[in-house]
Design a protein around this ligand. Structure first.
Ligand code: RNT
Ligand code: ZN
Length: 422
């Protein structure tokens, strides 16, 4: 039996098992193909960017650990690596780009002066692949962020600089959305906070609000641009106080009709973001997810198919939120092959979504409505052992991506032929 025949046969048998509990596996496969995942460019070079300004990542309270060889050093290398990774991932993808990945022809272009022209090659690349793109102003790794304050900085000149940068990023994002015919989500995250106990928690938040009001003064055309704001609990060097906390940004997003960004690493270690979706989406049209995996702290480990990820996917599917939740990834591990990191994290996210699409939703709801919590629990446990892997392999086959672990051979080959020569 060929590989293809084996996958098709296994899918057929799996389909029968799912049909027995009222689930249409073929329909789950179709629906999964419709849910885009935005791949974050920054896994490819440990959040380095291409400006060489001498700013350090830790200015933003971020830390990429590890020194696995072969990281991308130029935009062309990063695109080649993304090409390699994307070829090993089935289904619909987008690219999530940070502003400091622009192409400046060796010139130093100040971040408040960047424009769509600096992203022309990225846009052309995405267009050729037929994918959408998302964007982020880069408010870290820069001399003007060295004090750990940007939009909330007490110095008006520094605030003005970052406001101008965020406005430039919104213009670029709108141009990207227009060029690619798909709205670009532009996500503002800033590192601002204090390492130790603040004497004044109010003034920085007042300044941040005022800065954001200026950043978002021009109304977005939703057909090309969606604005998002990302909260955080703490960072390295901002352990005691983060200006843009959950309450701050959720309130700001609701008051200003923006997207709110939920990063799974930005809450207390035992707090999960899955439960927040059905609450927030009663009051906001859309949210952005940064799917990450915090281990002990906001360590941005590669996403795996664990309970947290499954619960996020279940909430998206059960709430019928696939069009209102923009799914982006946010992790950066420099201790393993970076292409493998993308492939593992993205495929796991898709597998979690597939698992949720394979739930016997109607039966579960019926049981709940009848207050038959015995059946609810029994069904939930039963489906965990059903052959979702066979459905996943079939999804890979349909989308010309390697099933099983065969993608790893391709990554190894690329490592030998390309990465090891860098
Ligand atoms: C930082 C935020 C933010 C960044 C990226 C690089 O804690 O999660 O989203 O990881 O913008
Ligand atoms: Zn994030």
């Amino acid at each position: 039996m060929s590989d293809t025949q084996r996958i098709e046969k296994a899918f057929e048998l799996a389909g029968e098992q799912y049909a027995a509990i009222g689930v249409d596996a073929a329909q789950a496969v179709e629906r999964l193909a419709d849910v885009p995942i935005s791949l974050h460019c920054w896994q490819g070079d440990d959040v380095g960017g291409f400006e060489n300004l001498g700013g350090s990542l830790s200015d933003g309270g971020l830390q990429a650990t590890g020194n696995y060889p072969g990281k991308a050093r130029t935009p062309a290398e990063l695109r080649a690596d993304l090409d390699r990774a994307m070829g090993l991932i089935p289904g619909k993808l987008r690219l999530n780009l940070h502003a400091f990945y622009g192409e400046f022809d060796g010139k130093a272009v100040s971040r408040d002066a960047i424009g769509p022209e600096h992203f022309a090659a990225w846009i052309a690349w995405a267009k050729a692949k037929g994918i959408g793109m998302d964007f982020n102003p880069t408010c870290f790794a820069h001399p003007k962020a060295a004090g750990g304050l940007t939009l909330a900085h007490p110095d008006r000149g520094i605030r003005d600089f970052w406001i101008a940068h965020c406005i430039a990023a919104r213009r670029i994002a709108a141009a990207v959305g227009r060029a690619l015919g798909s709205p670009c989500v532009n996500n503002v995250w800033i590192p601002d906070g204090y390492k130790d106990l603040p004497a004044d928690r109010k003034a920085p938040r007042e300044r941040l609000k005022e800065s954001l009001d200026r950043v978002f003064a021009e109304k977005a055309d939703a057909s090309v641009l969606r604005d998002a704001v990302e909260s955080k609990l703490f960072g390295i060097g901002s352990e005691c106080y983060v200006v843009g906390s959950h309450e701050f940004y959720l309130s700001y997003a609701v008051a200003n009709r923006l997207l709110y960004t939920l990063d799974s690493g930005h809450f207390h270690p035992t707090e999960t973001i899955s439960d927040k979706l059905s609450a927030i989406l009663l009051f906001l049209d859309e949210v952005l997810l940064h799917v990450s995996r915090g281990v002990r702290w906001d360590s941005d480990h590669v996403v795996i198919l664990g309970d947290d990820l499954r619960a996020i996917a279940q909430e998206i599917v059960r709430g019928d939120f696939t069009r209102r939740v923009h799914i982006g990834l946010d992790f950066f591990d420099a201790s393993i092959n970076r292409i493998a990191a993308w492939v593992i994290g993205t495929r796991s996210t898709q597998q979690a979504l597939l698992g949720a699409l394979l739930e016997p939703a109607a039966r579960l709801r019926e049981a709940e409505a009848a207050r038959d919590f015995t059946a609810r629990l029994a069904i939930l446990e039963h489906v965990k052992a059903l052959p979702a892997g066979a459905v996943w392999d079939y999804f890979c086959l349909k989308h010309d991506a390697p099933a099983g672990l065969r993608w790893l051979d391709e990554v190894r080959r690329y490592e030998r032929e390309v990465l090891s020569r860098r």
